[in-house]
Write a protein that binds this ligand. Structure first.
Ligand code: ADP
Ligand code: ASP
Ligand code: MG
Length: 412
């Protein structure tokens, strides 16, 4: 009997009615002859509500207690779903992360899964039960509850699919698949029938919240066949796989964006051999994640270095730099907030020169100034003013022919 792992996100289990709908879908899968392991997220926006409550008590709630708190969200949905299935005559059991054997590193709020001991899940499957597992949580070697980071239930699902050797992992969500860009932002976004692991990983890392980036890493590393689809509609979704054929002669598969970017510039650093290394080592020591880096040498023995960060860590970044002012020997630091990163992603660009040129000329045509750029084999990212983000996405969506209105001519 082939095993399928299904994951249902917050909106999909957002009410009792929705939970009944999910139970119905699981039963359909069982009727098709499959064993099913289900991973659930917390109902609706309940994780946000739990975090809000914690923040109303403390500006800096203990990370351990925060994990204790937010891990309760998934326990609500998993138990209700198990009850709904039992009520419909399908034997089911819910398991917390630790009961399901999900072991994580000892980090609160953003832990990685280290290992999954599948014995208990397998025993339950062997006795014919549908197993419901709480997403987003695991247990550390010190028996502490740790969570996997926002959106982490996707990763629980794919990791389970990998270790249980499932035939497929289905991620049920509130859109019908992975689109060329967020369909809630661009109404003409087109649903993709397939996308490669590498492209999906870039999309997720560059801001497309539809999949947790680590879930895509797991899927790639363990070759898990992944489908993103709707929990409310029957249509097939998007397959994430090793190699996805490009539709037509398109070079770009999709556009991702992140509207939380700040650019920091350190002015007049000594233009010597060690400065860059010292600067970025000091930031790394404090776990400050730097994204795009630009260096401008002025020719008079000094250099300006700009880099982009998540806006949420600006204060800490400034503190770190100020605390090393004498060591680094710079003049001043400035920052520019309210920026957005807009990225185009597609494996087709490996063999097609001119993609970046087309991106820049399209943005220039729309009068959008590019403030920073970074590239990899399959993506080009640009930082633009936050107020121009939507225009930039729309202009690129059009320029790279991603719109749903445009028929895609598949190469024969
Ligand atoms: P869930 O609660 O099911 O995990 P999420 O909110 O985490 O759902 O992810 C689904 C959302 O991801 C969609 O509602 C959509 O707004 C957003 N999204 C962002 N980029 C994309 C994209 N390229 N394709 C589809 N959805 C996207
Ligand atoms: N409930 C968690 C969150 O809201 C995990 C998830 O939904 O994947 O981030
Ligand atoms: Mg999600």
């Amino acid at each position: 009997m082939a095993l399928i792992v299904q994951k249902y996100g917050g909106t999909s289990v957002g009410s009792i009615e929705r939970i009944q709908n999910v139970a119905g879908r699981i039963i359909d899968t069982v009727k098709q002859g499959h064993a099913v392991v289900v991973v659930v997220s917390a109902m609706g926006k309940s994780t946000d509500h739990l975090i809000d409550m914690a923040n109303s008590i403390s500006n800096q709630p203990s990370k351990r207690e925060l994990d204790m708190l937010v891990s309760t969200g998934e326990q609500v949905s998993m138990s209700l779903l198990a009850m709904a299935l039992n009520e419909k005559g399908y034997d089911s059991i819910s398991l917390t992360g630790w009961q399901a054997g999900v072991e994580t590193e000892s980090v609160h709020g953003n832990a990685r899964i280290l290992n999954i001991d599948t014995q208990r899940i397998n025993r339950q499957l062997d006795s014919g039960r549908i197993v419901i597992v709480a997403g987003f949580q695991g247990i550390t070697t010190a028996d502490e509850i740790a969570t996997l980071g926002r959106g982490g239930s996707d990763t629980t699902a794919v990791a389970l699919a990998a270790v249980l050797d499932a035939s497929k992992c289905e991620i049920y969500t509130d859109v019908t698949g992975v689109f060329t860009t967020d369909p809630r932002v661009v109404k003409d976004a087109r649903k993709l029938s397939a996308i490669s692991y590498d492209e999906m990983l870039e999309m997720a890392n560059l801001g497309a919240g539809v999949l947790h980036p680590r879930s895509v890493e797991f899927a790639k590393n363990y070759n898990v066949m992944l489908e993103v689809r709707s929990s409310l509609e029957k249509e097939t979704g998007t397959i994430v796989e090793e190699v996805a054929t490009m539709e037509g002669n398109l070079m770009v598969r999709g556009i991702a964006f992140d509207d939380n970017v700040t650019k920091v510039t350190v002015h007049n650093l000594p233009d010597d051999i060690v400065t860059l290394s010292t600067l970025f080592s000091k930031l790394a020591e404090r776990q400050i994640n730097v994204d795009i880096i630009i260096q401008n040498t002025s020719g008079n023995k000094t250099t300006n270095v700009s880099f982009s960060i998540d806006s949420g860590i600006l204060t800490e970044t400034m503190e770190v730099l100020e605390s090393h002012r004498s060591l680094l020997n710079f003049d001043s630091i400035t920052s520019e907030g309210n920026l957005s990163k807009v990225s185009i992603i597609g494996s087709g660009m490996i063999s097609n020169p001119g993609v970046a040129a087309k991106m820049f000329s399209s943005l220039a045509g729309a009068n959008i100034k590019v403030k920073m750029v970074s590239t990899s084999e399959i993506k080009v990212s640009t930082v633009v003013d936050g107020s121009l983000m939507i225009s930039a996405i729309e202009c690129l969506h059009e320029a790279f022919q991603l719109d749903a209105r445009k028929p895609v001519h598949t190469a024969q």
